[in-house]
Design a protein around this ligand. Structure first.
Ligand SMILES: [Zn+2]
Ligand SMILES: [Zn+2]
Length: 333
């Protein structure tokens, strides 16, 4: 086994270096994964260029899939995606299996090293084994797939609903597909970018037009912008359901008249965070199943593939928006 590997290491805010680091050694309960695909999350841009990680140096990357190469003979050779949250397994939320609410969790790619690297030692309990026929690039979209599935589950989409998804990025386009899967009779998307709206049409989703389409039964807020939320609530039917998912970039300011509509229309607003990964509710196994059957298009979301050696070029392209992109993914040989 090699002693070093290549990784994209964040040394300080804005200082990401492609360099040699020691090979990870799997501890008890861990396996060694050879990373084959790792997506860049929208949240990685502020993590790398603005806020930084919890400590330096850190290897980012929490949306990934790879091949198990060491640690457990029964698992070696298998393909897997990884639930990136490492719960404490001791707090009240953990006892219920609600790991996203864990009071003391660890996280691959933010609190501890992640997958912008050739190898990663991962907890066996976090593995999501992939069936044959699902590519690594597709499998690396399990994380946004599960987050989108959790959001749509909380939205309670039922047969015949008219659902509108605000924000046509990768998670929004997966959520729109989950809403269609759940039986929504009509699904529309909203975005300020004409390019994103044109891209959404490839998945069969037209832009929402309030005049033409009328008010909707349920809506997913995926932009994290107060102006979008202000507009969204005026598009809801009385008793409509809203799920809030978008990470706010700044204070969420809702206009007085829009706020009144939340009251007058008796809307239900609900937050969503991460995804469920337990034996009762598992957004990950549902996501994998939809990947295996091809019911939901994932790989088509990938607009750019880069080798890890070009990590800075990929991230700067996203930061500066020099090209249109939806999902940008590192692929490894
Ligand atoms: Zn993410
Ligand atoms: Zn916990």
């Amino acid at each position: 086994m090699k002693k070093t590997m290549k990784a994209a290491v964040l040394h300080a805010v804005g200082d990401l270096r492609y360099e040699d680091v020691p090979m990870p050694v799997p501890g008890p309960g861990e396996v060694l994964m050879k990373i084959r695909a790792a997506g860049i999350c929208g949240s990685d841009i502020p993590r790398i260029y603005v806020k930084g990680t919890y400590h330096f140096p850190t290897v980012p990357g929490h949306e990934f899939a790879g091949e198990i190469v060491d640690g457990d003979p029964e698992l070696v050779g298998k393909k897997a995606a990884v639930f990136p949250l490492l719960p404490c397994r001791r707090c009240e939320a953990c006892e219920l299996g609600e790991y996203a609410s864990c009071s003391n969790y660890d996280y691959y790619g933010s609190r501890r090293d992640g997958a912008f690297a050739e190898y990663l030692a991962v907890d066996r309990r976090n593995l999501v084994i992939m069936p044959d026929g699902v590519s690594f690039a597709c499998a690396s979209l399990c994380e946004p797939g599960a987050v989108a599935r959790a959001a749509v589950r909380r939205l309670g989409v039922t047969v015949g609903d008219f659902a509108v998804i605000w924000g046509a990025g990768p998670i929004g386009l997966i959520a729109a597909q989950w809403a269609r899967e759940a039986g929504a009779s009509k699904v529309r998307v909203v975005d300020i970018s004409p390019e994103k709206l044109a891209f959404a049409e490839k998945f069969g989703f037209e832009a929402y037009d309030k005049e033409r389409d009328g008010l909707c039964d349920c809506a997913l807020e995926g932009t994290g912008a107060g102006a979008a939320l202000s507009e969204l609530v005026t598009c809801m039917r009385p008793h409509g359901r809203v799920v809030l998912m978008g990470n706010p970039a700044r204070d969420m300011t809702v206009s007085q008249s829009s706020y009144s509509q939340i009251l007058r229309r008796e809307l239900s607003l609900r937050g969503t965070w991460n995804s469920s990964f337990n034996s009762r509710v598992n957004d990950w196994t549902a996501t994998v199943e939809a990947m295996a059957t091809g019911r939901i298009k994932y790989e088509e979301l990938i607009t750019h593939r880069f080798p890890l050696s070009e990590c800075n070029r990929a991230l700067e392209m996203m930061r500066d928006r020099t090209e249109f992109f939806t999902k940008v993914t590192f692929v490894f040989d």
